[in-house]
Ligand binder design. Structure first.
Ligand code: AP5
Ligand code: MG
Length: 227
């Protein structure tokens, strides 16, 4: 079974995904993380994606669907080799109608299914405050916030000791562009999943622990209710 985390930039999808994936035995598949890894490795995809990400624009649908399909093939190979893989937890994908249709077709071909789409909500001013103060570890991916969850030792990652940084797309211009693209391209997908009866909504404007407890409960309920 696969699960999607949807919601505007800064609502806490990435923050929640690591814990939820561990607790539910899912593999966290963040298209943003996959693009950032390609940029860091300076692959041809990374060179093409860098300018798009920095501006807060969307990577073309065919390229995004391609990296998701490759990642699902890797998971299937790990499963075949004996690793326990329950499914994927998609974070930041799909985010256009073409990507949602493409994912449906991909899963149908593979005989796999979506168990739930979790929508996170929070007011716009909270999103902007969270994104403006976000710090990330470029080495291990840990996420911090200068006010809400700073690293214990100033700007050093608690988990791996690397220097934390501000993401290149957490500038006021790129934040504005990303949030407006969410409203135009991604929010309409909520109805698409609501019509399929698999959309659940979580109030993301609470403490990390409270949000996390709700998510795990909703996914466990969905997994048992539509097997
Ligand atoms: P992506 O990496 O997905 O970034 P994004 O869309 O901008 O979303 P965010 O990561 O900003 O939001 P989040 O909800 O994960 O917030 P977080 O948990 O970090 O994509 C980056 C780019 O890649 C895109 O712009 C696009 O160019 C490209 N891309 C990716 N996927 C694509 C696709 N499918 N199609 C095309 N292009 C694609 O939390 C934010 C902050 O809030 C943190 O500081 C955190 O500490 C804090 N926080 C979190 N929860 C709480 C809480 N409960 N209380 C207080 N603070 C909190
Ligand atoms: Mg994220």
């Amino acid at each position: 079974m696969h699960v999607i985390f949807m919601g505007p930039q800064g609502v806490g999808k990435g923050t929640q995904a690591t814990t939820a994936a561990d607790r539910l035995g899912l593999t966290h598949v963040s298209t943003g993380d996959l693009f950032r890894a390609a940029i860091k490795a300076q692959t041809p995809l990374g060179v093409m994606a860098k300018e798009i990400l920095d501006k807060g624009e969307l990577v073309p649908d065919d390229i995004t669907l391609g990296i998701v399909e490759s990642r699902l093939e890797e998971l299937a190979a790990e499963h075949a080799a004996g690793k326990h893989v329950n499914g994927a937890l998609f974070d930041g994908f799909p985010r256009t109608p073409a990507q949602a249709r493409g994912l449906d077709e991909l899963l149908e071909r593979r005989g796999e299914r979506l168990a739930a789409v979790i929508e996170f909500t929070a007011p716009r001013e909270v999103l902007v405050e969270r994104l403006s103060g976000r710090r990330v570890c470029p080495n291990c991916g840990a996420t911090y916030h200068v006010d809400f969850s700073p690293p214990k030792d100033d700007s050093i990652c608690d988990r791996c000791g690397h220097q934390v940084i501000q993401r290149a797309d957490d500038t006021p211009e790129a934040i504005e562009r990303r949030l407006s693209l969410y409203d135009q391209q991604t929010a309409p997908l909520l109805n698409y999943f609501r019509d399929q009866g698999i959309l659940k909504t979580v109030d993301g404007n609470r403490g990390v622990e409270a949000v996390s407890a709700d998510i795990v409960k909703l996914i466990e309920e969905s997994a048992t209710s539509n097997i």
